[in-house]
Structures are given as C-alpha cells and as structure tokens.
Design a protein around this ligand. Sequence first.
Ligand code: NDP
Length: 433
Amino acid sequence: RQKNPGEPIFHQAVAEVAESIIPFIRQHPKYQEECIFERMTEPDRIISFRVAWEDDQGNIQLNRGYRVQFNNSIGPYKGGLRFHPSVNTDILKFLGFEQTFKNSLTTLPMGAAKGGSDFDPKGKSDREVMRFCKSFMSELSHYIGHFTDIPAGDIGVGAREISYMFGEYKRLSHEFTGVLTGKSLEFGGSLIRKEATGYGCAYFMEDMLKEHGAAIEGKSCVVSGSGNVALYCAEKLIRLGGKVMTLSDSSGFIHVPGSIDEAMLEEIIELKSVRRGRLSELADRKGCSYYAGMKPWGVPCELAFPCATENEITKSDAALLAGNGCKAVAEGANMPTTAEAIEVLKRSGILVAPGKASNAGGVAVSGLEMTQNSIRMAWGTEELDVKLRTIMNRIHTQCVEYGKTDGYIDYVKGANIAGFIKVADAMLAYGIV
Ligand code: NDP
C-alpha cells in the first residue's frame, strides 16, 4: 500500500489474487525465489497524455488519456480501452493486472494492457465523439502496433469508437494492419466478437453447472448491465433455456417476472446499442417493472450474472442472493463482486466464476480476430462459435484442475493459479527483467 498509495481498487485486485498465489508459491519455491509474483504486480509502463478536442460549440475540451502496458511475457500487449469519467490509473492498473491472468487462461499468445480516458461519450454528439477519438489516437498511435500492443473496446468504447480510432491510426501510420480488435466486419472485424464476452460467460456457467450435474435450462437468471456483455449474455442464456428476468443500467433495473423473450431482447438491443436510450423507457411496458436507482440482486434467482461494472455485488447483495437460494454466480464484468461478497457467496456454497475466467471469451475472440487479420482470412460464425466454446471449456478445465478442494470447486483460486503459471514460467525463462 505504501508503494501504490491511493489505489484501492488495484490493491483489492492484487489482494484477491495473492490469497490464492501465495500458498501456491510457498509450495513452488522457484517462483518465490525469483520474486515473480511481486514482479507481476508492477506494470511494464504507464503512459498518460493530454487529449484536447473541440466540442460542437467551438470550445476546447481537455481529457486525460492512458495506456497501461502491464505484461508482455506471453505475447504482445492486449486489452481494452475504457471511456468513462471514473477512469484513472488505479482502475486501469486493476484492469491490466486482471487481464494478465485472463489472457493467459485463454491459452492464446496474448500479453496484457488496459487503457482509456476520463472522457464520457454519454450525451456527446457523434461528431464530438469522433473528434475526441481522433485526438486520443493521434497520441496513442505512438505506443501501439500489431506486434506490440493491440487495444480493443470496453465500457464506453464500442464499434463506433473503434472505427473512428482505427481510421485515424490507418491515416497516421500509412498501414492497414489489425492494430485494434472489435473492428467492423467491412474492415477486418471478426464475426461474433461483439457477442463473445456475453456468450462466453453463459458457456462458462453451462460448464460449471454440468460439472455439478445441472444445466441452465429452466433456471431463473438475474443479469445486471445492458451493455455489450449483458445483452449477449442474456441472449445466449435465453437460447440455452434460461429465464432471464432482469437487466439494468446505471439508473435502475427492469424486472420481467416470467422471462425476457428473444423479441423483447432484440428491442432492448436496439434501444441500448443503436438509439443509446435508457431502460427507464420500458417502465410503462406491460409485464415489466422498472426500479429506479436500484440493483437487481434482491430478485430471487438460481443463477446471477453481474455484467455491468466493478464492485456491483456488495456483502449485503451477496447475502440477499444467498438468502434467496442462488446456486451460482458467473461474472461477466471485471471484479463485479467485492472480496467480502465473495466470502459470503463461498460460505453459502454458491459457485463463483471469476471474471478473469468467465468473461475471457471477448479477448479470446479478439485473439482470433488478430489471427484472421494475419492470415488475411475471415472465418464463419459457426467455426468461430465452436472455437469460442472450446476455449471456454479449456478455461473451465484449468480452473477445476487448480481449484478443486474437498467438496467444493474454488474457481477463483483455480483461475488465479492456472493464469499465473504460464506467465510466471515465461518470466522465469527470461531471467531478471
Ligand atoms: P458497456 O459500456 O457496453 O455497458 C456497460 C453497462 O454497465 C451499461 O449498461 C452501463 O449503464 C452499466 N454501468 C456502467 N457503469 C455502471 C455503474 N457505475 N453502475 C451501474 N451500472 C453501470 O460495457 P461492456 O458491456 O463492454 O462492459 C461491462 C463490463 O464487462 C466491464 O466491467 C468491462 O470491463 C467488462 N468486460 C467487457 C468486455 C467486452 O468485451 N466488452 C470483455 C471483458 C470484460 P449505462 O448505460 O447507464 O452507462
């Protein structure tokens, strides 16, 4: 804490991983002697820069841009860009650190980074977003490249923002390379990339339940968020026979007591992704209740999918989930469950899939987008979905291998140890760097 003052979220992420890794490295002294875990908590470098842009009224606006290049031991830096007013070094170090383990778990050759800006795209015109993205990329372009660092989307960065940034990079570099993932299909994007994180999260839950002799079919599901991850997690759950009762945004949540069906979900996808509207617009809809300013964790369910943001399930939310008979939680967001909440869930025997395992489908398909760009080919939906399914299954298998304890599979521990080993072994091989 003395070394990284004022970084509570980063401390939280490191403490959660340390809890699993420290006992493991005590049994494997080669990692301890070489201080591998300590070295893994220090980013390779943090870049921060001014982003000046002009709003529609002709005023100059200023934001701060960042790229935290965390670890490139097993491949080029890879990780999303987040545009949200809360973005700072603390948040990006936490996300970059988590990304190191997640990318390792995918079994693909990808290092870890995270970046973004405190710019808020909400309420901005398309032209303002474009001017911001181009200014942001004019500086970021010095530090990225298809063999060095390949950014992608995250909160506030979707297809529109990626397209503006890709266009600017292409212009500045005089190159057409796969320097960003999450691109549109017309210029090198991959099929099922936008669905991949959400689908992967549902697949991970499917594997976790199968391991325990159960299935998603017929189970009541509570999903938070209504962004890229939440919407496609809900879509896959519905297709697998789950009953998705809720979705939320930062203003409140909707509750459909039976289940949101595919037709209603399609409308919500249009509302949130195309019109950039609010869930409150569904408040008057028959059979759907809207709860302003609330989170959905009090709705009784068997399966929970936090897919909005960090620390959205607190200790009291976890107690509500446990009291209402929840059986399993799969994190679609990054670190959406606080450390105290995870303790409550585990003590209640609830299975917990950590985001670094259950939301790795997005970066996995980003890795596949890089492969397609390199070989100048585009794979079909079915082929990619099979690859995504296989990768999620491999991640599950690794978590079980390292997380099995008497009568309970500790997926948090399993994901941390399995993600650690590959990166740690590469760092050992490189000597002291
Ligand atoms: P989006 O920007 O598409 O959606 C975010 C959703 O979460 C929105 O519904 C937003 O509501 C809600 N939200 C954001 N901040 C808060 C908050 N403080 N309180 C309550 N709700 C909030 O982001 P993504 O779906 O891409 O990302 C969601 C999570 O998943 C993040 O943790 C991200 O890091 C993680 N993730 C994303 C991946 C991806 O492929 N996109 C990959 C792996 C992880 P509103 O509309 O009101 O802003």
